[in-house]
Design a protein around this ligand. Sequence first.
Ligand code: RTP
Ligand code: MG
Length: 152
Amino acid sequence: MFQLTLCILKPDVVRSPRLFHEIIELILQRQFIFVKSKRLQLNSERAGEFYREHQGKFFYSRLVHYMSCGPISCHILGRDNAIQEWRSMLGPTKVFKTIFEAESTIRGQYGVTDTRNCGHGSDSTETAQREIKFFFPEFDMKSISKYENLLA
Ligand code: RTP
Ligand code: MG
């Protein structure tokens, strides 16, 4: 089923033109459509709001600090089964798992720590809708069929 998901490339990736280009190429090779893209910097309030489900966890303030330390690159990606496909391309959250399970994933190849792990991907259709709205409030989710037809 054609789906949209929110992809964030984190500050380490945006800071490195070579790595940024490499990851964009990998996404294109996996047949994703870039529906909308935006580069921006979150302040700590907005980063905290985006990750509010993790409030209270030990890594929350580290995560919020990191995600607001420099520009990020946000993308609405579309393709068949986009939510799961983008998360499987990213690989496990934890760096130690990427060593044993998923060396060939983006996090496996380029992740530095559990926080500095290259990217974010929505984890369900409900989350994707909410996260797309967070970064692209002007985007009309009903226009999804327009993008689906690009693949037909
Ligand atoms: P994401 O939401 O970023 O796509 O990643 P995820 O579903 O694989 O992981 P999640 O549990 O939702 O965690 C969100 C982000 O929190 C950071 N994190 N740091 N031990 C740590 O320091 C730790 N654990 C999680 C990660 O940057 C993760 O992307
Ligand atoms: Mg998550």
